[in-house]
Ligand binder design. Structure first.
Ligand code: PMP
Length: 284
């Protein structure tokens, strides 16, 4: 596999990053994941806009122009022969010197890494036909979840706990309310109304969330942006999650309780279809 590191395209076993990089030592960096379908990038502009917001929030000077990211994504798709899959992009603060809690000088060049993951049939995930079962796990992440940092240990722990409980993912709960999934935004549907938590520092502002809510509105579906409890979700007609790589994923069980009739619901299925159709049309 060919990967990108600071302007170079290299075989993955020749790519190098400093052991002093603050991404490695302090999780001081941000990332994005863009899906590829039929060799084209989904919602690329949305992901780049969020990358820029995450970098601004951490005062990391973006070392590349938007056009450079696009060119590199396309180059990696071509060099790795990706039809369906993902591109992972990470920008860390870098660091030329010793380990220090203070940021390095402003002219320090951040480290940019990109790589591909081939996922044949990505849009046809078998999981989308059966839906996910999820387990509720306390949300113990930090207070700026709107910044897409590479600090992913807690989501990883939550996912492991969910798996140990026989589930596919964790739904994180804070102050009795669901925040989001381990790596996705979450929704319930009750009496035809789609309910999803409002945007704040408490959740990641999903690019797929924005697209799906826009498409739901265009399809005259009703939407309420507010938080909800696990009990409300268990009593809902259906539930689902969204992310760049899972698209719209039905959720059919929560803490051992079936949601609706325990099968993917019509709203989730319809939104998945609309989202994939629209995404393929607008992919670049
Ligand atoms: N929330 C969290 C915590 C995530 O990690 C992700 C995926 N990166 C999402 C939501 C979904 O965001 P997006 O639709 O932009 O992939």
């Amino acid at each position: 596999r060919t990967v990108y590191v600071n302007g170079d395209y290299l075989p993955e076993d020749e790519a190098k990053v400093s052991v002093f990089d603050r991404g490695f030592l302090m999780a001081d960096g941000v990332y994005e994941v863009v899906s590829v379908l039929d060799g084209k990038l989904l919602d690329f502009d949305g992901h780049l806009a969020r990358l820029n917001r995450s970098l601004d929030a951490l005062e990391i000077a973006n070392p590349l122009a938007d056009a450079d990211y696009l060119a590199a994504h396309r180059e990696l798709v071509a060099r790795n022969g990706i039809t369906d899959g993902l591109i992972y992009l990470q920008v860390t603060r870098g660091n030329p010197g010793d380990r220090d809690f203070a940021y390095p000088p402003k002219d320090t060049r951040p480290t940019v890494v990109m790589f591909t993951q081939s996922k044949p049939g990505l849009a046809d995930q078998p999981a989308a036909r059966t839906g996910w079962k999820v387990a509720s796990v306390e949300d113990l992440r930090w207070g700026r979840r709107d910044i897409k940092t590479v600090q992913l240990l807690y989501p990883s722990m939550a996912k492991m706990e969910a798996k140990a409980r026989g589930c596919d993912d964790a739904w994180l709960v804070e102050d009795g309310k669901v925040t989001e999934g381990s790596s996705n935004n979450v929704y319930i549907v009750k009496d035809g109304v789609i309910v999803t938590r409002e945007l704040s520092h408490d959740i990641l502002h999903g690019i797929t969330r924005a697209a799906v809510l826009r498409l739901a509105k265009e399809a005259q579906m009703r939407i309420e942006e507010r938080s909800f409890t696990i009990a409300e979700a268990q009593a809902a007609d259906e539930a689902f999650a969204t992310s760049a790589s899972a698209f719209v994923m039905p959720v059919v069980g929560i803490d051992g309780v079936s949601v609706g009739d325990g099968a993917p619901g019509p709203v989730a299925k319809r939104l998945r279809e609309i989202y994939l159709e629209e995404s393929r049309k607008t992919a670049i």
